[in-house]
Ligand binder design. Structure first.
Ligand code: ADP
Ligand code: MG
Length: 382
């Protein structure tokens, strides 16, 4: 194993979004400098970076510069072309490595990885053509049709009740390879963040309980109250088994469903820090972003300790509009008056509906206080 990187050395980040921005903050706090590759002139991570390389993710000159300057490289979004990571990986340690990212980019490959690691997931079928749709096992209906690639925040998904709707939805999604999943009766949704070092050491964040609205994460609560401790322990074990099965290096998030009958099924993975782990900045001894930086830099991985029960509320662009559709600024002073409130705004200039503008973590001494303050925050934000 190579020696840890020294403070002052450069880390490279592909992608300029909020995940990159929070990783930049964590890296700088450990004394590293960060170069962000992002085509957009104004991006959350580009604004925080020590240097912003403004170029497309597959720009040959930019990749050469990134590899020349940075001692280790990571990505903040999974849809960066896997060949780009492969190319960078030839010169520099890249975490996560291209093959693991490639698996997480494709729902079919992801399902195969679940099977390889012995982790159960939803009954499903891979659909490549209209003929595959016609021949599908009707036991999978009603179901959710998901494009195999490029889906996020509920995008690239259609709920289908019968064979006719399935055929129409497949065509509507462009006839691209899709996965059809049986529609499951969800009792709860969980996620687990695991960090794995180059030496194979693994640590996990506490289990997160998530609520989605319209396919987008709305709220995360930690601890995951109402979920049996044995089930939480099982989720932690399975997330580690999935990381181990591709000798992962870096931070991996695994989303799980808990069904009405109590079964735990893996939903999907993200090869990076995850929205549901943002609470760790304010409520844990070490954040998911610090773990990502430590894994990149070859530093020891501490097991994060939750020091404050918390609720994380996503702040979508919708909050920047009043009932009449007029743009407004939410009342931050009132929100920050609440005890335990930590506001994170990502520096995005233009609010848009469903756009992630920031998040608010309410971390208190007790869960009851955190819940009460989170409810007060939602009332203020309207
Ligand atoms: P995304 O990449 O958009 O996060 P997901 O596969 O996680 O896609 O789906 C988004 C949300 O849709 C999930 O968090 C869950 O609430 C719901 N969902 C997804 N798949 C199923 C399913 N098979 N049964 C019931 N609900 C589902
Ligand atoms: Mg998801």
């Amino acid at each position: 194993m190579s020696a840890p990187l020294h403070p002052g050395e450069w880390l490279g980040m592909l992608g300029g979004g909020q995940l990159g921005r929070m990783a930049v903050h964590a890296a700088q706090s450990l004394g590293y400098r960060v170069m962000v590759l992002e085509p957009d002139a104004h991006s959350p991570a580009g604004a925080a970076a020590d240097e912003h390389l403004q170029a497309p993710y597959d720009d040959a000159d930019a990749l050469t510069q990134l590899a020349a300057r940075c001692a280790a490289i990571s990505t903040e979004f999974e849809n960066v072309p896997a060949q780009v990571l492969e190319r960078l990986g030839a010169d520099r340690p890249v975490a996560p490595a291209a093959p693991a990212v490639a698996v997480c980019q494709d729902r079919a490959a992801e399902k195969a990885h679940f099977a390889k690691a012995g982790v159960p997931c939803a009954p499903h079928a891979l659909l490549q053509s209209a003929a595959d749709c016609a021949a599908v096992d009707v036991g999978l209906l009603p179901g959710i049709l998901k494009t195999a690639r490029m889906g996020y925040d509920g995008k690239g998904q259609r709920r289908v009740k019968n064979a006719a709707e399935l055929a129409a939805a497949f065509a509507e999604l462009g006839g691209v390879p899709c996965v059809l999943e049986q529609m499951l009766p969800l009792a709860a949704e969980l996620s687990v963040i695991v960090a794995r070092g180059r030496d194979g050491q693994m640590v996990t964040l506490p289990v997160q309980r998530n609520w989605h609205v319209g396919g987008i994460l709305a709220t995360t609560a930690v601890p995951a109250s109402g979920i049996a401790p044995e089930l939480q322990a099982e989720a932690l074990r399975r997330a580690q088994a999935l990381a181990e099965a591709f000798a992962y290096v870096g931070v991996l998030c695994v989303e799980f469903f808990v069904l009405d009958d109590g079964r735990l099924l893996a939903n999907e993975m993200a090869p990076r820090p995850h929205n549901s782990g943002h609470y760790s900045i304010d409520a844990c001894s070490h954040s998911q972003f610090e773990l990502q930086v430590r894994a990149m830099a070859g530093l020891p991985l501490p097991a994060p300790r939750l020091h404050s029960p918390c609720f994380m509320l996503n702040l979508l662009g919708d909050l920047w509009f009043d009932a009449a559709g007029q743009q407004r600024e939410p009342d931050w002073a009132a929100v920050l008056q609440l005890s335990g409130a930590h506001l994170h705004l990502y520096g995005k200039a233009e609010p848009r509906r469903a756009r992630k503008m920031g998040h608010l973590t309410i971390a208190c001494a007790t869960e009851a206080q955190a819940r009460e303050q989170a409810l007060a925050a939602t009332r203020i934000l309207g």
